[in-house]
Design a protein around this ligand. Structure first.
Ligand SMILES: Nc1ccn([C@@H]2O[C@H](COP(=O)(O)OP(=O)(O)OP(=O)(O)O)[C@@H](O)[C@H]2O)c(=O)n1
Ligand SMILES: C[C@](O)(CO)[C@H](O)COP(=O)(O)O
Length: 397
């Protein structure tokens, strides 16, 4: 379960509008609602905790009650600093939550794709933050305005939110910070103090924090531009989009590794085949080649050819991506289902998504691997084999 904490209990001093900036209008709604709605629309997110100043709680509860179809939410009262506000929110996060994301209510330009990337990375690495490489040279300066040093820019990243964490780890980091009286400017710094490594997820420069008056003007312009790009792309994409499907089955046998989506899944049996028999990647490759009307994997990598004996399907997926690109197509999205009674594979899916994304140069949000049993029916249900279905859409470029 994924819970998102949205701190929005600041005073907006640098905005100089005499109140909390998250209630200022931005295009068609208050700043705060942009991120609330984007997180709520994200399929990986289960519930939200929104933190506002104690005297704003009622107003925000009423505002959210008016929204139709929004994910379950709670509104809690914040504290003196951002960190105290988040500490209050952590107390009401359900115990069943495995991953907690924290996102500033003042960052309205967050996208579903970025949220998905942070969730996937925090599942794999336990702590992940979205960040962009610094563009300007950064200097340290003393109190009298004299430069004291120039930092090495290639090592500097400007960190944003969302920041995603294993729930137990974040709770521990917040408890420790409170004990030590430590106040940081972001959540990851609290986790770093425990000696835990934090993974960077590449983000976008437009995920700005509305902090000073000109940020509101920039955010407004970016949101309007996004909307006009979406409006104009709508019909073009429909014209250029092609769809393909793939299906594959392999037999489960002894003395073989079970490789699915490039991940070695611990099991007493493995899939039999000429290559590594990665049934999921075979279905995905067939779907991609099908979408481009380029036949199937048997045509491109025949199992009579010894160079493909035992070959990594991940390697061949990369090759299929190149073939697709050589024919003038871009992969738009992939959806796939593994059909297996046993073993349970759900916990390996984030790693499979990462492997597929890396092989095809895609973002995690473009890939969706899932798994099902057949309730004991058929060859998959009897544990004799594993099947996989995949659908791919590609765009002509
Ligand atoms: N005690 C606080 C302070 C900040 N925040 C939230 O943390 C995010 C990032 O903080 P910032 O941009 O600094 O917001 P403000 O504190 O409102 O701004 P300022 O420092 O200019 O007053 C914002 O969404 C803000 O509402 C919070 O929940 N509780
Ligand atoms: C968490 C944060 O948005 C990362 O860039 C930032 O540190 C918040 O800082 P602020 O002082 O609350 O603006």
């Amino acid at each position: 379960m994924v819970t998102v904490i949205i701190p929005a209990a600041g005073q907006g001093k640098r905005m100089m509008r005499g109140g909390n900036k998250v209630f200022l209008p931005l295009v068609d709604m208050p700043v705060l609602l942009h991120s609330v709605l984007t997180f709520s629309a994200c399929s990986e997110v289960d519930n939200l905790v929104i933190v506002v100043a104690p005297d704003e709680v009622d107003q925000v509860q009423k505002m959210l009650c008016n929204l139709i179809g929004i994910k379950p939410w709670k509104v809690v009262a914040g504290g003196r600093e951002r960190q105290h506000s988040i500490a209050n929110a952590i107390k009401v996060v359900p115990n069943t939550t495995k991953t907690i994301l924290v996102h500033d209510g003042a960052r309205p330009l967050i996208t579903e794709e970025c949220i998905t990337n942070v969730i996937q990375a925090s599942v794999v690495h336990k702590a992940a933050v979205v960040a962009v490489a610094v563009k300007n040279t950064i200097k340290t300066v003393d109190e009298d305005g004299w430069v004291t040093g120039t930092l090495e820019r290639h090592k500097l990243w400007s960190v944003q939110t969302p920041q995603g964490f294993d729930a137990r780890l974040l709770r521990k980091a917040y408890e420790q910070a409170e004990q030590d009286n430590f106040v940081g400017t972001d959540d990851a710094s609290l986790v770093e103090r425990l000696g835990v490594r934090v993974k960077i997820v590449c983000g976008c420069y437009d995920n700005l924090k509305v902090t000073t008056p000109e940020d509101l003007t920039i955010a407004e312009a970016l949101l309007k531009e996004r909307k006009s790009i979406l409006d104009s792309k709508g019909c073009d994409n429909n014209e250029m989009m092609r769809v393909g499907m793939g299906y594959d089955v392999h037999k489960l046998v002894e003395n073989r590794k079970l490789i699915l989506g490039g991940v070695e899944v611990p099991y007493e049996l493995g899939l039999d085949g000429h290559s590594d028999a990665d049934v999921l990647l075979h279905a995905i490759k067939d779907a991609l080649l099908g979408a481009a009307a380029l036949g199937d994997i048997g045509r491109h990598f025949p199992d009579t050819d010894m160079q493909y004996k035992g070959v990594s399907s991940l390697f061949l997926l990369k090759r299929v991506g190149e073939i697709i690109a050589e024919h003038g197509y871009l992969v738009h999205n992939l959806d796939a289902t593994i059909v297996a009674q046993r073993p349970k594979v759900a916990m390996y899916i984030p790693e499979m998504n990462c492997n597929i994304a890396a092989a095809l140069g895609l973002k995690i949000g473009q890939i969706n691997v899932k798994a099902t049993t057949t309730e004991g029916l058929g060859f998959a249900g009897k544990g004799e084999g594993i099947a996989a279905y995949a659908v791919a859409s590609i765009l002509q470029v």
